[in-house]
Design a binder for this molecule. Sequence first.
Ligand code: HAM
Length: 416
Amino acid sequence: MQSLPGFRDFVPKECAARNYIFHRWREVARRYGFVEWDGPVLEPTDLYTKKSGPEIVTQLFNFTDKGEREVAMRPELTPTLARVVAAHEREFKKPLKWFSIPQCFRYEKQQRGRLREHYQFNADIIGESALEADVELIALCVDLLRAFGFTAEDVVVRISDREFWIDFLRAQNVPEEKWEEVLQAIDKSEREPREKTAARLGSLAEPTFKILDGTGTSEKLEQVVAALRNRGLTEFVKIDLGIVRGLAYYSGVVFEAFDRGGKLRALAGGGRYDNLIQQLSDGAVSLPAIGFAMGDVVLGELIAEQPAAKAKMEEAIAAQQNLDIYVVIAKEERRADALAQIQALRDRGYRVDFPLTPAKVGKQFQTAEQLGARIAILFGDEWPQVKLKDLRTGEQSLLPHEGLSARFAALLSSPA
Ligand code: HAM
């Protein structure tokens, strides 16, 4: 039996990598004053068909439940956030700075960087229309990437503004019901042959390509970059009107993060969606909002490709997983004494392991090394003393078995 296409099993090595990513995400989000929240994995299908746009709707993992409800696994978190905020609006002081790490599901064609499930770090600021909120989120996006060890040579956040394109569509007399289709075509243009985009755009192709090939900007985007300069982050960002985003609800500044080499799909994407909460609550609540999401799949690929980021991850995982102490039971008569010590050491918070069944001493030391133990304690002929071996230096000593843990505090804190 295999897993379904596009779904992953997380064996310990992969689970450790996932936890590392989640840990870094949480750490940086908290540095920025964001608080964590979550919503349901299953939602009414309507929540997405209303405003997420045609692309997401074709990718829905949806079905009819046993109560005849049309439901969908969440493909993204933003509509849920809009629903939750609209429902509880009065309970919270604005602006809200919320983050979440949902698992999302999209029935996409499986390819590099695209699976049918992925985790996304989401950060959103609700109830603030000032450009400072846009800047704060772009800065957070950059700092998340920096936390994994990436520099401006590895990654870039491309910033754009949907309002620029809306103005363009108005100037070109494109009827409003066609806007989304044109924006989708522009969004796809980078990943498609020009002729295909040209066919989609018709008479708009020429003026659109002119903008895409140029170095256009807007006052608003210049302000964003200037504000990022105050934070020393400008080398990480680039104004690029080619970004319009595939989701339909964006209304203002939009951005996407990429690897500099341009080999991978987007690491993260987001933008302002000032009308979504109002639209989903049928006008009951109106709040400006901006947010983005960073996926674990492409990020994991980039970490694996960048030696410094990879080493940083491996070091963090080893520090998290390695044992402090492996207890070697050289004489089975000492097992009960060893277990009493193991319990006392674990109670004190040390990471301790031991052989569950009798094994040769050499084999036990091998296991200790494999598990990355710092120290081995041998319970054997030396009793009532025990033998201590520092597995990094090879240094050995004999100690009375009482008061062992005090000795460990010093040993384990000394540098390797
Ligand atoms: P999105 O651009 O659809 O935005 O997804 C954000 C990120 O999730 C992408 O840049 C990508 O790294 C990752 N991602 C998306 N789909 C897949 C997939 N099938 N497999 C692997 N990774 C994937 C949103 O979802 C918006 N709701 C973000 C947002 C939050 N906007 C405002 N607040």
